[in-house]
Design a protein around this ligand. Structure first.
Ligand SMILES: CC(=O)SCCNC(=O)CCNC(=O)[C@H](O)C(C)(C)COP(=O)(O)OP(=O)(O)OC[C@H]1O[C@@H](n2cnc3c(N)ncnc32)[C@H](O)[C@@H]1OP(=O)(O)O
Ligand SMILES: CC(C)C(=O)C(=O)O
Length: 556
């Protein structure tokens, strides 16, 4: 078998929806929807090894911590694992008053009865009934016509109504899913939902949830939005209806479909953390919520320790999260490439300089710190990196802020190492090559032992000190207009080293009592070549002396 040259012989395009006055394209998402986590149901039924009680329990606690208020806790009729977990939650009083749990059932009397039994004693709960309505399912799975399929829903709704009356101590809510909604005729889904409504008699105070699943994603997300908008216009008693969105990701646009569905009138979003779920997954609640957050909308879910959340989810699902998964992946805040690094570094400097919190950051749509991520990994260096990359790493790791021209000088060393090693350069690699290049903490040709500086009556400065030449101490002195030029004079007079200082800069490295300073000098040697020197010391003047000696070591 191979791919067809004429795929149209086998696959049909999804027909557009006739909705010329569609409103959703000009709407925006301005408030958080109701969130329903189906990690413990749709997510769980898609796992290689479904969760046992311990994992379900951990996941449930995590969802409470994140702030999810509606949680589909399982499919009670699937077996003892789910049933016992659900009834255990109720019996052990683990469902907070402001949280409502939900269970899913096929539209079959025995399964519905088991579902109610699992929730006996709950203060409130949602029972979620489903049956598929689209043409392929009608034909292939059920072998039934439209009226017969509608009858399944009506019969199920009647059992819901009767069971709710039987367990009258619970505030029962109902959800109905015309499963495969997105591949069904919208008018027919409305007809089935209206029939369910006739049985369950929702009110604005006690609305019914109609969940509109893209059970299998078969079209572009604009089509789903059209379907949602059309459903919202056609369903009777709209004020007694909550429209819930339940998208899957078969075409890779489950999140987009959900967002457009919200614009089209969706009130509630169903999905899983990090998008686990059947096949290519459910809608990722984290991404939808954080997309909102980056538009300035409070999603009312707390992902401020996203790594801890990811760890628990990976443990419970026994599935890894991709390193490039939006917002959470290990690499999603990391830039390796030079121009990105340059922009991000400038972005952080601009944020620090300006006096307002508005996030204006090239290449980073969200502040990683908001999700508990550090800035350390924002820039990592390899052969694709530029000056901004290692400059950032040196600043984060060593507190050094290299002058721009010096970055260009050091860049060739870093690039050569990256090409030679053919791998990422870590902070310690960059620091090692920096020390080697500028002769720091290595056996030095010229080494400062100590010195004194004094002012002559004519205003000039006198440098008098001890410098070791290849380990042999010498007392030396020299004069100049300032400290740096007096050291340059000393090197010339005592050792015959000719240096002309072109530029000098310094900065404090850390705050507090153990603060150190870094000094940088750009010099030109006797041969006209540029040499850079770096000095680090607790005393800023001594740092500048060390910087000149570092340059002299570069000549030697
Ligand atoms: C899109 C979704 O994710 S829907 C959720 C799906 N989740 C799950 O299925 C997980 C839990 N399910 C289970 O453990 C099992 O399926 C059970 C225990 C519920 C039922 O198992 P079984 O009784 O063996 O039935 P099975 O699931 O194979 O269903 C097949 C029958 O149910 C019918 N059926 C399927 N869905 C529905 C429905 N929503 N309402 C009514 N009948 C349905 C099928 O037409 C089929 O009928 P047939 O035997 O007359 O051909
Ligand atoms: C049962 C429904 C909501 C479902 O999971 C789906 O259609 O994907």
């Amino acid at each position: 078998m191979s791919m067809l040259k004429t795929p149209g012989d086998k696959y049909r395009p999804f027909p557009p929806i006739n909705l010329p006055d569609r409103q959703w394209p000009s709407r925006a998402i301005t408030q958080a929807p109701r969130w329903l986590s189906t990690d413990l149901r749709d997510g769980n039924q898609a796992l290689i090894d479904p969760m046992g009680a311990e994992k379900k329990s951990r996941f449930f606690d995590l969802l409470l911590k994140v702030g999810v208020k509606e949680i589909e806790v399982g499919f009670p009729a699937s077996g003892a694992t789910d049933f016992d977990f659900i009834s255990g939650l109720v019996k052990d009083g683990r469902i907070p008053d402001d949280v409502i749990v939900q269970v899913l059932t096929q539209s079959r009397r025995d399964l519905i009865e088991t579902s109610f039994a699992s929730l006996e004693g709950a203060h409130s709960a949602i029972v979620h009934l489903y049956n598929a309505v689209s043409p392929v399912w009608r034909k292939v799975v059920f072998g039934m016509d439209k009226d017969q399929i509608k009858a399944i829903a009506i019969e199920g709704a009647k059992v819901l109504r009767d069971q709710a009356a039987k367990y009258h101590g619970t505030d029962w809510r109902f959800e109905y899913s015309p499963e495969t909604f997105s591949t069904a005729e919208v008018e027919y889904s409305v007809e089935v939902c209206a029939a369910v409504m006739d049985v369950l008699q929702p009110t604005p105070d006690k609305p019914i949830i109609f969940n509109l699943p893209a059970t299998v994603e078969c079209a572009t997300p604009n089509i789903y939005a059209d379907q949602v908008e059309l459903f919202g216009r056609m369903i009777p008693n709209r004020d007694s209806v909550v429209i819930s969105l339940h998208t899957h990701n078969d075409r890779g646009t489950g999140i987009a479909a959900c967002e457009l569905g919200l614009m089209a009138g969706g009130d509630r979003v169903e999905g899983c953390l990090f998008g686990n779920g059947e096949r290519t997954g459910n809608c990722d609640l984290v991404t939808v919520a954080l997309n909102m957050y980056t538009q300035g909308v409070d999603p009312e879910l707390d992902f401020s320790d996203i790594d801890a959340i990811a760890k628990t989810v990976e443990y419970c699902n026994q599935l890894p999260i991709h390193p490039r998964h939006p917002y959470v992946g290990e690499l999603v805040y990391t830039s390796f490439s030079g121009s990105h690094q340059d922009a991000i570094k400038k972005g952080f400097a601009a944020m620090e300089a300006k006096n307002d919190p508005v996030w204006e950051m090239p290449y980073l749509p969200i502040d990683p710190a908001d999700l508990g991520r550090s800035y350390e990994a924002v820039i990592r260096v390899n052969s694709q990196s530029g000056k901004g990359g290692f400059a950032w790493v040196l600043e984060q790791d060593q507190g050094l802020k290299l002058p721009k021209k010096m970055q260009a000088h050091f860049s060739t060393q870093v690039q050569a190492l990256a090409d030679e090693l053919g791998r990422e350069l870590f902070a310690e690699d960059i620091w090692a090559v920096f020390q080697r290049t500028y002769k720091l903490n290595t056996p030095q040709h010229f080494q400062l032992i100590d010195y004194e500086e004094s002012k002559a009556p004519d205003g000039t400065r006198l440098f008098a000190g001890k410098i070791a030449l290849d380990g042999k101490e010498q007392s030396v002195s020299g004069r100049g207009n300032g400290l740096i030029s007096s050291v340059v004079g000393t090197l010339r007079d005592a050792f015959g080293v000719v240096l002309e200082v072109k530029d000098y800069s310094e900065h404090a490295m850390t705050a507090g009592s153990d603060a150190r300073a870094a000094a940088y000098v750009e010099c030109v040697g006797a041969d006209g070549k540029t040499i850079w020197g770096v000095g680090i010391d607790e005393d800023v003047a001594t740092a500048s002396v060390r910087a000149v000696l570092s340059a002299a070591n570069g000549v030697a």
